[in-house]
Design a binder for this molecule. Structure first.
Ligand code: MG
Ligand code: MG
Length: 267
């Protein structure tokens, strides 16, 4: 089959290696959840993540990727994605998207979670919940015979019904031995359109949802993506294998949310 030839359909063994990586990313995010509090800096979190990943026999997949300088993307408030960890302390009321990647046994992991730092305004908490829910709705479409547009539509229709907007310039992607493989997985689109999803394809679904308008710009550092109107943006990401009847989600937020529950900080 054409997709098999292109390497887009993975074997059961390859899916297990992807699961191993994404489970490690999930555990890394949970380790970070313990430390995300007002006063901590992005660079401190970055160091914790790098150590944790290396201690578990993997290497940080983002470090050095196209010249990216760190282990994590740390995107605070109006930063959508690709924020570079800095020495600036997180403040009470911030939100921070932490995007993390690993490489081990020839495959990669890539997942993200947006955390509330201390007490966050209820309207921003609603954005976080809606973005996470849109991810779940998108991923639910990762079933054999559906199309990429079904995932996109599920995300877009849900968040737009709540008055939020979808970033269009950045999108999810296939994942395997490389972090970014085909197909692209936009967070907007029409039902029944786009590439067909086939059992065994592995994709990252990662809605980037803005409180205000959808427009973004890139900072001069060549990485940081920010909302034009400077309103908050949220980002959650799962890696998932397309299943016959239901999606096989390779990431879990269970470990993160266990920590957040203990901290009384569940979004
Ligand atoms: Mg990511
Ligand atoms: Mg990704």
């Amino acid at each position: 089959m054409f997709f098999k030839k292109m390497g887009l359909v993975k074997t059961a063994e390859e899916i297990e290696l992807l699961r191993e990586n994404n489970q490690l990313v999930s555990r890394t995010l949970a380790e970070l959840a313990k430390h995300i509090t007002p006063g901590v800096t992005g660079l401190q979190l970055d160091k914790i993540a790098e150590q944790f990943i290396r201690d578990h026999g993997a290497v940080p997949a983002f470090l050095g990727y196209r010249g990216f300088p760190n282990t994590l993307c740390i995107s605070v408030n109006d930063v959508v994605i690709h924020g570079i960890p800095s020495a600036v302390a997180l403040r009470d009321g911030d939100i921070v998207s932490v995007d993390c990647g690993t490489r081990m046994k020839g495959y990669v992991g890539d997942s993200a979670y947006t955390f509330a730092v201390g007490n966050v305004d209820e309207s921003v908490m609603q954005l976080l919940r809606a973005t996470k829910e849109s991810l779940k709705r998108g991923v639910a479409q990762a079933v054999d015979g559906k199309r990429v547009g079904d995932v996109s539509f599920a995300v877009q229709s849900y968040v737009e019904s709540l008055g939020y907007s979808v970033v269009r310039e950045m999108e999810g992607h296939g994942i395997g031995t490389k972090m970014h493989e085909k197909p692209g997985v936009p967070n907007y689109g029409q039902r029944g359109s786009g590439k067909k999803l086939i059992k065994g394809m592995t994709i990252c679904v990662e809605p980037m949802i803005n409180m205000g308008g959808r427009d973004i710009f890139q900072e001069k550092d060549g990485w940081t993506i920010r909302t034009k109107d400077r309103k908050c943006s949220a980002h959650f990401e799962y890696a998932v294998a397309v299943g016959k009847e239901k999606p096989d989600i390779l990431t879990t937020f269970e470990y993160v949310e266990e920590v957040l529950k203990q901290k009384g900080n569940l979004i």
